[in-house]
Design a protein around this ligand. Structure first.
Ligand code: URA
Length: 215
């Protein structure tokens, strides 16, 4: 399911496996272990969808029977850019599908009073201009972190960016599209709204806390 206006599309990945696993994750009684496993599994399924249109190029190979022209993904390896810390929850699942991908880490935390994103760490490949970059964060809530992360990656040269999340709030989508109309979004669901603390309703709570068993 794809929606969009002037901005790049928002794709809701409504595959039954994704929706089933997402419902399991939302359940407040899901264990830390279960939550983490499900996030990895959904990460894998989202990676499959978000890479659907990557360009292919021909390659000559020899099968045991004879020569053929196969197809492989063209260009440089992708970059996975998780926003710390919850974005890391997608990483293993995505890397299991794309084991040669590069990884950029973006350390941002949300100031609990202002809800603004504060950067504390950034490390990425230097040739971002030549690569497709998947920015990862399970929750697109206020979008402050997402907007800041994409700004930072663009300032390092990234041009082909895609944002991947698990849940999005309508407010977060609007803010993200206003700041970065060129960056498409993939999400497993768009929830109702944000509450006064910047949490997605009904959401799943604090994704980082649920992944790491903190609180
Ligand atoms: N971050 C989270 O982990 N959960 C929300 O609901 C919003 C932001």
């Amino acid at each position: 399911m794809t929606a969009g206006g002037g901005a790049a599309a928002v794709t809701v990945v409504d595959h039954p496996l994704v929706q089933h696993k997402l419902t399991m994750m939302r359940d407040r009684d899901r264990s830390t272990k279960g939550f983490r496993e499900l996030l990895n599994e959904i990460g894998m399924l989202l990676a499959y969808e978000v890479t659907r249109d990557l360009p292919l190029e021909g390659i000559s190979i020899e099968t045991p029977i004879g020569p053929m022209k196969g197809r492989q993904i063209a260009g440089k390896k992708l970059v996975l850019a998780p926003i710390l810390r919850a974005g890391v929850g997608f990483l293993d699942g995505m890397l299991s599908l794309m084991p040669s991908a590069r990884v950029a880490h973006i350390g941002l935390y949300r100031d609990p009073d202002t809800l603004q994103a504060v950067e504390y760490y950034f490390k990425s490949p230097s040739d971002l201009a030549d690569r497709t970059v998947l920015v990862l964060d399970p929750m697109l809530a206020t979008a402050n972190s997402a907007v800041a992360a994409v700004e930072r990656l663009k300032s390092r040269g990234a041009k082909d960016l895609r944002f991947v999340c698990l849940l999005a709030a309508p407010e977060g989508i609007a803010r993200f599209q206003e700041a970065h109309p060129d960056v498409p979004v993939w999400t497993a669901a768009i929830d109702e709204r944000l509450n006064e603390h910047g949490y997605i309703v009904p959401g799943l709570g604090d994704a980082g806390d649920r992944m790491y068993g903190t609180r």
